[in-house]
Design a protein. Structure first.
Length: 259
């Protein structure tokens, strides 16, 4: 009697074969025939044909005569990731320009629930610095970028209201009323500056980035040690950050007035 196949082996083998089939599609050869797919993958003809038919049924492939192409179902799944990459690609030059103009680290944030995540960074060249790295996750109630989400994205309030507002320093807002006042100020002036809300020695200035539909897509801003940038610098740097965010919005197709 044949021994029982270990759990998980068959699905992994099928996934590997599907991957081999999808690897047959490229910019250079976007519409291969079934025979070309069979030759490229080295799969048995019956196996390859069965898997291709399954991919067709699920919408991962489309067929035009005897040629196949990537289907709308697979494109739909890929779109969110592609859009995110496009945002970084389009806005990275703005971050670099902001870093060069101010000398401080420029970062781009997106929101996930009650948290904000750094998705792109142009790092300061100063020796004294605070690390801002892609992938860092922080709560939106502490720091300037979070106030931008609360000011321009109503769904941010839905995410933050049920949460406990953790106090990281004596400057961290600990109640929703204070957060609303801060969000109102961010909305009225088009940027927000925060000092020592997450770390005592770190400050940030941030402004909104909108997409072509006028929807808030990200928060762009500066992060810096408070020994180098103080509240007296905000009237000078705030408009610079707001202008950079406006340039980033235009890069994403936004044509309205920020704020």
């Amino acid at each position: 009697m044949a021994s029982k196949q270990p759990s998980g082996v068959s699905p992994l083998l099928v996934l590997s074969k599907v991957t081999n089939i999808l690897d047959c599609f490229s910019i250079e050869q976007p519409e291969p025939t079934l025979q070309q797919i069979i030759r490229a993958t080295g799969l048995p003809s019956s196996t390859c044909q069965r898997l291709v038919q399954s991919l067709l049924h699920e919408g991962f492939l489309d067929r035009d005569g005897d040629r196949y192409r990537i289907g709308i179902g697979l494109v739909r799944w890929a779109t969110p990731g592609t859009f995110g990459l496009d945002i970084v690609r389009l806005i990275k030059p703005v971050l670099q320009q902001l870093r060069d103009e101010t000398g401080e680290t420029a970062s781009l944030y997106t929101r996930d629930g009650a948290f904000r995540t750094i998705v792109a960074v142009a790092e300061t060249r100063h020796v004294v610095m605070r690390p801002f790295m892609v992938g860092m996750v922080m709560p939106i109630h502490a720091g300037a970028p979070g106030k931008i989400f609360l000011a321009f994205d109503p769904e941010a309030w839905d995410a933050v209201e049920p949460t406990r507002l953790e106090r990281f320093t004596g400057s961290t807002p600990g109640d929703l009323d204070r957060l609303r006042l801060q969000a109102d100020l961010a909305r009225s002036q088009g940027y927000y500056a925060a000092f020592g809300e997450r770390n005592d020695d770190v400050g940030s200035i941030s402004a909104p980035v909108f997409d072509h539909t006028g929807t808030l897509t990200a928060a762009l801003g500066l992060g810096f040690p408070t020994q180098r940038i103080t509240e007296s610098d905000v009237p000078r740097l705030g408009p610079v950050v707001a202008q950079a965010a406006a340039e980033a919005s235009r890069a994403l197709g936004y044509t309205g007035l920020v704020g």
